[in-house]
Design a protein around this ligand. Structure first.
Ligand code: FES
Ligand SMILES: [Fe+2]
Length: 460
C-alpha cells in the first residue's frame, strides 16, 4: 500500500455513507491475467486492423458527442469512425436518430458538414433528398428510372439506421443491430459515474489530433500512469501515478490518479514549489488553482485537507454529496472498451476518445473533450470551433486549448503524442521481442486480451 493510501485510511473523519462509486481504497488485488508478451504486429498489421473492424469497432458502443449539440429539431452532427461516417440528427419530431451518412442512389457521402440545422439533406451529386427523420424526401426526375415506373419505393430508400442511445448527457452509437443496451454495456462502471451527474456538465472545448501511431498505442498510453515519472516528470510533482490502485470489470477498467499530493518517487514531498503552487489547490471554477491561505501543512498532505474542506461544504456545493471521499479530490479514470475514457475531478473532467484511421494502421485520431461541472447553469463563453490538428509539439496543444487547459497539461499531451510515433516505429522493428507488462500495466494487458476475446467471438 502506498503511503498516500495509508494516510487516507487513517484520516480522522472518513465519510461513512454508501456512494454510487465504489472506493478504490483499500486496494483490491490485481487479477492474474498471465505474463504473455504483447506482440508488435497487432499495432501495424492490416489484417489485424480488419479483424478489429469486423469484431470490435462494429460490435461495440462508441461515444459520439454531447446530446446538447442537438438542441433544436433539425440539429445534426456528422461523426466518423474508421471507414464509416454517420449522420446524427434530431428530427422535426424531436427524436434523435443515427444513420450511415451514405446516399442511397450511388453511395455518395450524403452530408459533408460537421454540424448544422436542416429539414432535409440533399446529396450534392444528383440531388436526391432525405428528411431529417431519415425517410426519403424525393428522387430527382424519377421518370428517368424504369425501375420506378410504378412509383418510387420510398420505404426501401430510407437512410440506413444505426443504434443510438444516451447516457450522462452523451450520445453513443453502435453499428451492431443486435447489440446489448448501452446501460448494460457500461454496466457497474456506468453506475459509478452517475455520481458525477454528467447531465449537468458543459462542454467547453473539443479538439482532435491526428497522431502517427496505431490507436491502441494511444489507449495504452492513457491507461497506465507508470510512465509519468519518465515521460511526464512534471506530473509526479503534484500527483501520484507511479503505483496506484487499478481495477478491472468485464470489458472495462479503471484507475485512480492521486491529486493534491506529491509522488513517493520524489525526494522533497513537502515544499510548495512554484510548479506545485500552480497546479495544486482549489480547482473549483472561478478560483482555479489557488491553495487556501489557511493551509499550513505539507504539499504531500494537501489532499487530506481538501477532502475535509469539501465535505464540510456539501450543503452548499451539493454535488459533493454524491461523491465518495476519494472523488472529492482525486482523479477517477474510467476506460470503456474499446475507445472511451472518462477522467474526472468534482469540478472538471475530460473525455478522451480514440478512433482508428480509415485505411492506415500507422495513424489514429485522438479526440479530447474538456468539460466543467455546470450544475449552477452558468452562462459560458462560446466554444472555439473544433479542428483536426496534425503535427506535434507543445505549441500545437497550446493553440488547440488556449484558455481551457493549463499549459503544463498541454505539454503532457505533446509528450504523449510524440511518444506514439516512437512506439509505432519500435513495434515494427525485427529486434522487438514483444512488450513486457508490469502489474501497473494490467489495464493494457486486459485491453488487448479483450480485443482478442472479441476477435475470437466474432470470427467468421
Ligand atoms: S449519389 Fe447521391 S444523388 Fe446520386
Ligand atoms: Fe502520458
Amino acid at each position: 500500500m502506498a503511503k498516500i493510501e495509508k494516510d487516507f485510511l487513517e484520516r480522522k473523519n472518513p465519510t461513512k455513507r454508501d456512494f454510487k462509486a465504489e472506493p478504490f481504497i483499500p486496494r483490491k488485488p490485481i487479477p492474474d491475467l498471465g505474463h504473455e508478451k504483447l506482440d508488435g504486429e497487432r499495432f501495424y498489421s492490416r489484417e489485424f486492423m480488419q479483424k478489429e473492424w469486423d469484431s470490435v469497432w462494429t460490435k461495440t458502443w462508441q461515444v459520439v458527442h454531447r446530446e446538447s449539440e442537438l438542441e433544436f429539431d433539425g440539429s445534426f452532427i456528422t461523426h466518423s469512425i474508421g471507414k464509416e461516417s454517420f449522420l446524427i440528427v434530431r428530427g422535426n419530431d424531436s427524436k434523435i436518430r443515427a444513420f450511415y451518412n451514405v446516399c442511397q442512389h450511388r453511395g455518395n457521402q450524403l452530408c459533408t458538414l460537421e454540424s448544422g440545422e436542416l429539414d432535409t439533406f440533399s446529396c450534392p451529386f444528383h440531388g436526391w433528398k432525405w428528411n431529417n427523420d431519415g425517410t426519403l424526401n424525393s428522387v430527382f426526375a424519377p421518370e428517368l428510372y424504369k425501375q420506378f415506373k410504378d412509383g418510387v419505393p420510398t420505404e426501401e430508400l430510407g437512410l440506413t439506421e444505426v443504434k443510438i442511445d444516451t447516457w450522462g448527457g452523451w450520445l453513443w452509437i453502435n453499428m451492431d443491430p443486435d447489440c446489448i443496451p448501452l446501460k448494460d454495456y457500461l454496466s457497474d462502471y456506468g453506475e459509478h459515474l452517475e455520481s458525477y451527474n454528467f447531465e449537468n456538465w458543459a462542454l467547453i472545448d473539443y479538439q482532435t489530433f491526428e497522431w502517427n501511431g496505431n490507436w491502441k498505442h494511444a489507449v495504452d498510453a492513457f491507461n497506465e500512469s507508470y510512465h509519468f515519472t519518465a515521460l511526464h516528470p512534471d506530473m509526479i510533482q503534484f500527483g501520484e501515478g507511479h503505483d496506484i490502485p487499478i481495477e478491472i470489470s468485464g470489458n472495462h477498467s479503471r484507475m485512480i490518479n492521486f491529486n493534491e499530493t506529491v509522488s513517493e518517487v520524489v525526494e522533497d514531498r513537502e515544499t510548495f514549489t512554484p510548479l506545485r503552487s500552480e497546479m495544486m489547490g482549489d480547482r473549483s471554477v472561478g478560483k482555479m488553482q489557488d491553495i487556501d491561505d489557511g493551509y499550513k501543512g505539507l504539499a504531500k498532505d494537501l489532499h487530506l485537507y481538501y477532502i475535509d474542506k469539501r465535505r464540510s461544504e456539501e450543503d452548499t456545493i451539493t454535488y459533493y454529496q454524491d461523491m465518495n471521499d476519494e472523488q472529492l479530490v482525486h482523479q477517477y479514470h474510467y476506460f470503456f472498451f474499446p475507445s472511451a475514457v472518462f477522467t474526472n475531478k468534482p469540478e472538471a473532467g475530460n473525455v478522451f476518445r480514440y478512433r482508428p484511421h480509415p485505411t492506415d494502421p500507422d495513424k489514429c485520431y485522438y479526440d479530447f473533450f474538456i468539460l466543467i461541472n455546470n450544475t449552477d447553469n452558468k452562462e459560458l463563453p462560446p466554444r472555439r470551433p473544433h479542428k483536426i490538428y496534425k503535427g506535434n509539439g507543445p505549441e500545437l496543444y497550446d493553440e488547440a486549448f488556449e484558455g481551457t487547459f493549463p499549459p503544463v497539461f498541454n505539454n503532457v499531451l505533446a509528450q504523449d503524442g510524440s511518444n506514439m510515433e516512437t512506439m509505432q516505429w519500435g513495434s515494427k522493428s525485427d529486434s522487438f521481442k514483444g512488450g513486457i507488462l508490469c502489474e501497473q500495466e494490467i489495464r493494457v494487458r486486459h485491453f488487448h486480451q479483450t480485443i482478442d476475446k472479441f476477435i475470437e467471438k466474432y470470427k467468421k
